[in-house]
Design a protein around this ligand. Sequence first.
Ligand code: FAD
Ligand code: SF4
Length: 536
Amino acid sequence: MAIKSAPARLGIVFGDQLNHDAALLHSLGSRDTVLMMEVAQESRHVPSHAQRTALFLSAMRHFADELTKRKHAVRYINLDDAKNTGSFETEIARAVAALKPSEIVCVQPGEWRVLEMLQRVASSTGIALTVLPDDHFLTTPEEFAAWAKDRSALTMEFFYREQRRKLGYLMEGSGKSAKPVGGEWNFDKENRLPFGKGGPSPRPRAPITFKPDKITLAVLAAMKSVLPELPGKSQSFAWPVTRKQALAALDDFITHRLAKFGPFEDAMWTSEPILYHSALSSSLNLKLINPKECCEQAIAAYNAGKAPLQSVEAFIRQLIGWREFMRGVYWLEGATYANRNGLDQRGELPNFYWSGDTDMACMKACVGEVLDTGYGHHIQRLMVTGNFALISGVHPRAVSDWYLGMFVDGIDWVTLPNALGMVMHADKRPGAAKGVTGLVGTKPYAASGKYIQRMSNYCAGCRYDPGERAGEKACPVTVFYWDFLIRTRKQLAGNQRMAMIYKNVDRMTPQVMTQVTVDAALLRKKLGIDGASTRG
Ligand SMILES: Cc1cc2nc3c(=O)[nH]c(=O)nc-3n(C[C@H](O)[C@H](O)[C@H](O)COP(=O)(O)OP(=O)(O)OC[C@H]3O[C@@H](n4cnc5c(N)ncnc54)[C@H](O)[C@@H]3O)c2cc1C
Ligand code: SF4
């Protein structure tokens, strides 16, 4: 009797799923086909930085080559292929028509939009869809939901402590009596230092870079013909595009920057975009490397006496704490999370976010670095570009779309909770208790120019004065900060964490308040923020 072979399956690998060890790849047999698609729509649904698009496509091409070497059958659609229909949905339909698979199988995508697209394809073609958990992460959405259940507030610090216990990272003892190494869960008190007047000393060693190879150059050429309109500069492209390169970048960080990561995590300095940060987010988010190996190498450096606890703890907190927490929030809150606008802010994103053309030294430096490289470190994102959007009244989606497209590590599951939640304080749940004004953050991170002056050297080279909120030299960040507090007073009044801050507003005379409000309105007009955003 002839043995009937199993029907062939179509395994889809998206550009942020380049995990060499994914269960999906192990499950695919010799009759199955891997589908990988370079589609223009993914660079256009929000304008994507040229380096972000180049990174995804080059890493995908390298990955597809490796899959072919591992004897997988790969159907790879190039960006400039004449038959390319330009979207995931139409390309999957084309693959289904050509290959007639019995089942579509993929790892959970990084975006609600893509998951919903897959579900649409499955229902329109009648082909079964299997979505596998993403084993790159340390926590499943279900585990996160179980942790979050019945909690009125989702506090990252408590989630992080459970992660430490679960993973046993930097813990002494075992079981219920396990304690954090060093006696504290968190050493942030000792971190958050600014540099002295002379800046970082010695200067941080420049991170390892990767010259574009033949594959990256071919991608850049294809982009020139298909996507010539993309923002950002591609000339300085130097991101890791293979697992081998990403591992070299990890080693470079552990050896040369980890030791100072903690103390200077929040500091900023002109022409030093990376300082002591890892610059590993794009490799992690593409899944070229995984959080487990990053943490284990950092802990090994601590055990070998090569990096202090305050740095190693801070680094692993970002990975097993913040990164997993943000993903948990994204899937927990559902597809409509993206529409929240808790502070009802509706302004347009000023043009200088696309050009860097502004006389504010802080914004010029931070936006300029993003345009040059597709990267900005966390405090530049949170306290410079993000803070400005928050306090000037930009629509949360306008700025979160900017973060999603303009950074090489932008993927919806991580960008959205950071931009909409952490920065814009827009993610209050419908029906939240009185006094609860956000979900990811308990209060907005709003700051005046004084914060930027303390944590950087930007103000020293600026025509404005961070201490001034009126007159010729009034710092726009400081003007918008006070205006934000005045404007949002009603919405934030019940928030206990804002009480001290509002005491300062109470000390303002009515004349000063009016002057701040008028000056901020004029500034908003000048910068084009006040045209109500079309995002509703
Ligand atoms: C407005 C805004 C938008 C952001 N958008 C993104 C994004 O699109 N993609 C992205 O990966 N991160 C995003 N972040 C988080 C964080 O800023 C970046 O992960 C980090 O700056 C990347 O640089 P790095 O690799 O040098 O990080 P490091 O400072 O070296 O930190 C180590 C790693 O920890 C993780 N991490 C640190 N902070 C966070 C965080 N808040 N959320 C999730 N992971 C974190 C990252 O994987 C990072 O690579 C955003 C933050 C803000 C405030
Ligand atoms: S003075 Fe104001 S605008 Fe200028 S760099 Fe400082 S914070 Fe930015």
